[in-house]
Design a protein around this ligand. Structure first.
Ligand SMILES: NC(=O)c1ccc[n+]([C@@H]2O[C@H](COP(=O)([O-])OP(=O)(O)OC[C@H]3O[C@@H](n4cnc5c(N)ncnc54)[C@H](OP(=O)(O)O)[C@@H]3O)[C@@H](O)[C@H]2O)c1
Length: 329
């Protein structure tokens, strides 16, 4: 069985290697085996390979990957809710491998007729956007939410969810040429980041309420978002794309009661009952089915070209996600 793994931290395309691993074998009672089809390369995967992800360094060698999609290969005795051939999410972490054997309890059949590329990106970014929008200070109908890295996978999902709630989005990007596409996707306001961001945001939203900021960048970008918020507002930080610690001035924290929270999906998984997790995924999968959550894909690489895929994913200025396929292996 083919897998991608790394044995030392470093530049992702340099340290990744393809290895043959023992096949997991036939499923036992209550188990299923799954053949992987596709997985995306996320910023967290790149950080993981560089040794810059999580509270502690993982043990090596490690098979990276937090998500992906595949088909049930075989179901063991007593498994009635899954049939061979049905599409399912890959059980993570460690999804960059061709075959899995896992307890059937945590696996559910995905809806048919949905683009598998979109299903491959279901596990991480859609729930991240959904939970950040709803579990801190959910903006009410007519209120605003501001986010940076707004053209990212998470950013696209957040635009869609906010629209469904009747809330409006201010979308901060670092490339002005993205504005038309994002507006066509449903963004209400698109602005490039910069020192005068708060003044431009106030102009754009008039007297609208802005209680929530979603920050993927960290560093001084956190402070720029915080300055845009109403007094008592909340910044939810969920990424460090700048590679820097979040900055937050006392003008915001002390004098305007702005607070900074952190979001990590894996923590939510650890703290949430499995039925609630499955219910959220069913709901999100249904949105994929009707096209409401589609995220652009820039390229799909066969697993044999994983090094090129990683180099491509690490480049800025992409039009969409980079996926890796086992089908063409
Ligand atoms: N905490 C969690 O549980 C959790 C869950 C999911 C994702 N995340 C985080 O969410 C962020 C977005 O992930 P994704 O998969 O949605 O991303 P993605 O689709 O791969 O897109 C990457 C985005 O990052 C932007 N970017 C890269 N470097 C930047 C920088 N230095 N300053 C500003 N923007 C920068 C890119 O802008 P350009 O297009 O201009 O290059 C692009 O918008 C990542 O930080 C990821 O780690 C966190």
């Amino acid at each position: 069985m083919l897998a991608a793994q790394f044995s030392s931290f470093g530049r992702p395309d340099a340290v990744i290697e393809l290895v043959e691993q023992p096949d997991p074998g036939e499923p036992g009672p209550g188990e299923v085996t799954i053949d992987a089809e596709l997985f995306p390369i996320n910023p967290a995967d790149l950080l993981n390979l560089e040794g810059r992800y999580g509270a502690e360094q993982p043990a090596l060698p490690m098979i990276p990957g937090a998500e992906g999609v595949g088909r049930v290969a075989a179901a063991g005795a007593g498994v009635s809710h899954l049939k061979p051939g049905e599409r399912v999410l890959l059980p993570g972490p460690g999804t960059w491998r061709a075959r899995f054997k896992t307890s059937a309890k945590a696996v559910f059949a995905l809806p048919g007729g949905v683009d598998p590329k979109q299903l491959a990106m279901l596990r991480v970014n859609p729930p991240t956007a959904w939970l950040m929008l709803h579990e801190y200070v959910a903006p009410k109908r007519g209120q605003w939410v501001i986010q940076n890295a707004a053209n990212s996978g998470v950013g696209h999902c957040l635009i869609r969810f906010a629209r469904e709630d009747g809330a409006k989005t201010v979308n901060v990007v670092r490339r002005a040429e993205l504005a038309d596409d994002l507006r066509a996707f449903g963004a209400d306001v698109v602005l490039t980041d910069g020192p005068d961001l708060d003044a431009r945001v106030r102009d754009a939203i008039g007297g609208g309420a802005l209680p929530l900021a979603i920050d993927a960048v960290g560093g001084s970008a956190t402070q720029r978002l915080a300055r845009c918020l109403d007094d008592g507002g909340t910044v939810v930080n969920y990424g460090a794309l700048s590679g820097e610690a979040c900055m937050l001035d006392v003008r915001e924290t002390i004098f305007r009661d702005v607070s900074l929270r952190g979001f990590w999906l894996r923590r939510w998984f650890m703290q949430t009952p499995p039925e609630k997790i499955a219910a959220l995924y069913r709901d999100l999968a249904a949105r994929l089915g009707d096209g409401r959550l589609a995220v652009e894909v820039e390229a799909v690489y066969p697993i044999r070209r994983i090094k090129e895929a990683l180099a491509h994913a690490a480049r800025g200025g992409r039009k969409g996600k980079i996926l890796v396929s086992f089908d063409a292996a």
